[in-house]
Design a protein around this ligand. Structure first.
Ligand code: GCB
Length: 603
């Protein structure tokens, strides 16, 4: 069987790693065809020899690093390179894997001029054993070409619009048309690293948990990679608690463990302990890997979302990976601050709108008991040519990669396959039936599946396939702007309409109002801090009435302000944040904080 593992790189007695983060050399290929780098084979020598280079941090988006508008808004291939060394000790009986945690969007990677990797999709890891391409006795060079062009069949989809009338547009003019409401930040967004494993290695681990009476039941599967199994592998499996005590053990590659009186994994607010995780320590013929896991169950009924058989009410926010200067680049200070602000707000659940987030973010969610609706990059599926066979194939591959990466995470309580697709047409019905069936068959833990929809119950054709109905609604904002009095009627009507079609629980995955911090008016007026508060509060009345029945969650759009393309609806980005882009509270943040802390103590 082909190696499919995508375990997060973790050092151990048998594994070492080396981050290649730092300042790299960089050049955007501004040639009209964007193909100069390939014509001149820029990977065959250091980048600084084929033309001028600038310094570029990794990880980070390249867009906001310089003062060059052409680079900020660039569409096409950019090139990165750097030197590195590996210890001769790594040449003995090791596998050396080069892993990109993500690069946006389409990437090709060379080591010492030899192509070692190619990957499509911006938010998921890719890796390869590069042992054969490495030098252990001198400098190595890594070259990366990344292309951020979005097409009708990428996820997210996009389009390039060409203008040929030279009386109106300069020669060769084209513009990228985005179908989503966030800036198409690009570059090497997460860590790049080398890590070693023995030649025979642990390729994948799957852990399934269940709770029966006072017993935690663990089913695990370990997949080995590398040299053919000789049949006499030594296998040691131990489940450890947080104090490092062995609470169960086994000696098979596939097995079951029982943990008596387990500490369950709980989200924030549902128990005194939250985010409790055990570690499955796997030792296979000397390769050691420690996989964290949480014991918890997730189940959906006609009107409830149950975690460990207790009703869970999601009081959360949708987020973005977005901040000043670094764009979508991973930053430890930023993500730690974000989790502090999530706790400050009293949030117990986030949605990774609109793409899978960095694994470091997912790990904080696991540890801090923040439940996650894990969303794919299926955002902006608006046209029929985004739902053809090629799109479908790619969408399924992305779902597979996502599940492969996140399947063991206790925080992930549901998959979201898309955000606001055009879910009215027969083509959407067939397309999403197929994507959702595929997702169901891929997740060994059978988590619930959803998508965040914007189409009314009267026209939607996809909700029939999901477990939880998730709806994004902007009453009083895009619908009847300025009119808060319509919210109770229209939102209630949608709830009842969906319920009449499908007896499934509902989460409002988006509602909100653009708010310019510091803008005030009494009585409230759109874009003021008061209007955001009023809109939220008016909506909460409807939530409170439906909460006892079938509403299982509410999520504000958005945690913080974030960057978008330039456009007449956006004043330097989307301003629907409870927090500014610098993570300082607007007035509505206090409204939500009061409400969420009350909901957390009420559960
Ligand atoms: C939506 C989208 C989200 C946008 C938001 C808005 O429905 O899902 O990506 O940013 O509305 O503010 O328009």
């Amino acid at each position: 069987e082909a190696a499919v593992g995508m375990l997060y790189p973790r050092d151990s007695e048998s594994r070492e790693s080396k981050l290649l983060d730092g300042i790299w050399h960089f050049r955007a290929d501004m040639s009209p065809t964007r193909a100069k780098g390939f014509d001149e084979m820029w990977w065959s020598a250091p980048l600084c020899e084929s033309g001028p280079v600038i310094d570029m941090p990794v990880p980070a988006s390249y867009n906001d690093i310089t003062e060059d508008k052409a680079l900020r808004d660039f569409v096409g291939w950019v090139w990165y390179d750097r030197q590195f060394y590996v210890s001769p000790a790594w040449s003995k009986n090791w596998r050396v894997v080069l892993r990109f945690d993500s690069a946006h969007y389409y990437s090709i990677v060379w080591v010492n001029g030899k192509q070692v990797l190619e990957h499509t999709g911006g938010h998921l890891p890719f890796e390869a054993d590069v042992f054969a391409a490495l030098r252990f006795d001198g400098p190595n060079r890594i070259t990366v070409a990344v292309n951020n062009t979005l097409t009708p069949t990428t996820l997210p989809p996009g389009e390039i619009q060409y203008e040929n009338d030279t009386s109106k547009y300069p020669e060769g003019y084209f513009a990228q048309v985005l179908q989503m409401d966030f800036f198409n930040y690009a570059g090497i967004h997460r860590h790049v690293r080398l890590y070693t494993t023995p030649r025979k290695y642990i390729d994948d681990i799957t852990i399934l948990t269940n709770v029966v009476g006072n017993k935690g039941q663990i089913k695990y599967t370990v997949v080995l990679g590398g040299e053919k199994t000789s049949g006499n592998d030594s296998v040691q499996i131990s489940a450890l608690d947080t104090a490092g005590r062995v609470v169960a053990s086994g000696s098979e590659l596939n097995g079951a463990l029982v943990i008596p009186n387990p500490q369950l994994w709980w989200p924030y607010g549902m128990n005194d302990t939250v985010g409790y995780q055990y570690t499955l320590m796997v030792n296979c013929s000397g390769d050691v890997y420690r996989q964290p896991f949480g014991i918890r169950t997730v189940r959906v009924t006609e009107d409830q979302f149950l975690i460990n058989d207790k009703p869970f009410y999601c009081h959360g926010v949708a987020k973005h990976e977005d901040s000043d200067i670094r764009g979508k680049g991973l930053d430890y200070a930023l993500i730690t601050k974000d989790f502090n602000m999530l706790r400050w707000l009293g949030v117990n659940c986030i949605r990774t709108s609109h793409y899978p987030y960095a694994e470091e973010i997912m790990s904080l969610a696991d540890q801090q008991g923040v439940a996650v609706i894990d969303e794919s990059p299926g955002v902006g599926i608006k046209h029929d040519d985004n739902m053809g066979p090629e799109s479908l194939k790619h969408h399924k591959e992305v779902m597979t990669e996502m599940i492969q990466r996140d399947k063991n995470r206790p925080s992930v309580i549901m998959w979201s396959v898309a955000n606001e697709p055009a879910s009215k047409s027969p083509i959407a019905e067939a397309y999403f039936k197929s994507v959702i069936e595929h997702t169901r068959s891929e997740d060994p833990a059978s988590r619930p599946i959803t998508f965040a929809g914007s189409v009314s119950f009267e026209e939607d054709t996809v909700v029939q396939f999901v477990d939880v109905v998730c709806i994004n609604r902007y009453y009083g904002w895009y619908e009847d702007p300025g009119h808060l009095e319509i919210i109770p009627l229209q939102l209630h009507r949608e709830f009842e309409g969906f319920r009449a079609k499908q007896r499934k629980p509902i989460i409002v995955t988006e509602y909100g109002a653009d708010t310019v911090p510091g803008l005030h008016r009494e009585p409230s007026f759109m874009f003021t801090e008061e209007y955001q508060v009023d809109l939220l509060q008016e909506t909460h009345k409807v939530f409170d009435a439906a909460r006892q029945k079938y509403l299982v969650g509410e999520m504000v759009w958005n945690f913080a302000d974030f960057m978008t393309v330039e456009g007449v609806k956006r004043v330097v980005g989307n301003k629907k944040g409870l927090l500014t882009r610098q993570r300082q509270p607007k007035r509505a943040a206090f409204t939500i904080r009061d409400r969420y802390h009350a909901l957390a103590t009420g559960q």
